[in-house]
Design a protein around this ligand. Structure first.
Ligand code: SR1
Ligand code: MG
Length: 400
């Protein structure tokens, strides 16, 4: 393989010209490195009227360096996942213009007309279509890549194509192990130390987390995005784009649904101590709780409709099956939401929604609320018959 990291802006520009027809031959182009994630390098190349994005995967994690090597196959997986998602919901993902196996790079649509959902939520912006778009993305991508739709051969070929052991290992450790012990990778606010120690002693919680981990390890249900946090979503008043599926693999559908619900919950916990008027913060928390309802209900209605119209396996058309499937999936999703909330509070990778609370003691209050909600989501995940029952229970905890 002749992989080399782009060494200069000129390299990036040459690559952009070679692999897109967006620019005129003599048009001056400029480059910015805009990657603010943990793992890769991301460049925007702009001309007078148009722009595109180039994402390059190095053989290690950007934020850690060569000490944490990482397979570059992740960029193939990302390109193929984006293309597959685009075949089901093209309006909800950036278009891939070119995937380059040699340079471990993707050339794709610039989505700078949209804002990062993490910043949107911290700024308490209400986007009217967001939750519906997320629910539809989940319904389409999860249904069409599962046995509810595919025949056995096609499904197993998909499992093979999306084997992603390096990236799965990151999630296996960061979601399901590190936060539940005194791991050196954890990052813990000193005012939250006692709460973290209590968490490490909570044997009942750790047993539930072990069950969720086993499903993550062995339930090859549907093609997951695999890292569906608020930083992987860009949105505005009229549209939504879901990016970065480099963690994609065939796993339990509830993991994606839970990851994004967990990010709604993290923002809700952060709002309690973010600056601003209390009424305004509570109004936003309520808007987010309602967003969780809309997201799940859009997902569930979409899947029911797809099952009615497109599931051909006669066993899976059995009366009552769709109800059973969705109620087990709700429980899984809430459990995974809880693991996302807890790992973002005491684990390696935290979120701006809480980190932007400057005062460490106030931040610990939001982190404590996040831990309470995370534990509730995991331990009581099977007790909620509807999403509304869950959100009203969360409201009791938040507004008490
Ligand atoms: C070391 S990677 C930390 C986190 O960043 C990614 O976006 C994933 O969420 C991962 O868990
Ligand atoms: Mg990412």
């Amino acid at each position: 393989m002749s992989f080399k990291k782009f060494a200069s802006d000129a390299d990036v520009i040459e690559f952009a010209r070679q692999h897109s027809d967006l620019f005129m031959a003599d048009e001056p182009l400029r480059v910015e490195e805009i990657g603010d994630g943990n793992i890769n390098f991301v460049y925007r190349v702009s001309g007078a009227a148009t722009s595109l994005i180039i994402k390059q995967a190095l053989p290690y994690i950007r934020s850690i360096g060569e000490g944490w090597p990482l397979s570059q196959d992740r960029i193939r997986i990302e390109a193929e996942a984006l293309q597959l998602e685009a075949s089901h919901c093209p309006d909800l993902v950036p278009e891939v213009y070119h995937y380059d196996a040699e340079q471990c790079a993707i050339v794709m649509e610039d989505i700078s007309a949209y804002d990062n959902l993490r910043n949107v939520m911290v700024a308490r912006q209400k986007l009217p279509l967001l939750a519906e778009h997320l629910g539809r993305f989940l319904a389409d991508t999860l249904f069409y890549t599962s046995d509810l739709y595919l025949d056995g051969h096609a499904k197993k070929a998909l499992v093979q194509r999306f084997i992603n052991p390096d990236l799965c290992k990151i999630s296996e450790e960061l979601f399901f192990w590190d936060p539940y012990c005194d791991h050196e990778r954890n990052s813990i606010n000193e005012y939250l130390r006692a709460d973290a120690e209590q968490l490490w002693q909570d044997e009942a919680l750790k047993l539930e987390v072990a069950q969720l981990k086993l499903k993550f390890l062995n339930q090859a249900e549907a093609l997951l995005h695999g890292d569906l946090h608020a930083g992987s979503v860009f949105a505005n008043e009229s549209g939504t784009k879901i990016i970065d599926p480099e963690f994609a693999f065939i796993g339990p559908a509830g993991f994606d649904i839970g990851s994004i619900i967990g990010n709604y919950v993290l923002n809700i916990a952060g709002q309690s101590n973010l600056p601003g008027d209390q009424a305004e913060r509570e109004d936003y928390q309520q808007w987010l709780l309602n967003g969780i309802n809309i997201l799940w209900n859009t997902f569930a209605q979409g899947v029911r409709q797809h099952m009615r119209d497109e599931t051909t396996d006669p066993s899976l058309q059995q009366a009552g099956f769709a109800d059973w499937y969705l109620s087990s999936l709700l429980a899984d999703s809430l459990g995974y939401a809880g693991t996302e909330v807890i790992r973002r509070t005491v684990g390696l990778a935290h979120v701006l929604d809480i980190e932007s609370i400057e005062d460490a003691q106030q931040r610990a209050e939001s982190e404590r609320l996040a831990l309470t909600l995370g534990k509730l989501l995991i331990k009581q995940r099977a007790s909620f018959n509807t999403i509304e029952a869950l959100s009203s229970n969360l409201a009791d905890q938040i507004f008490c």
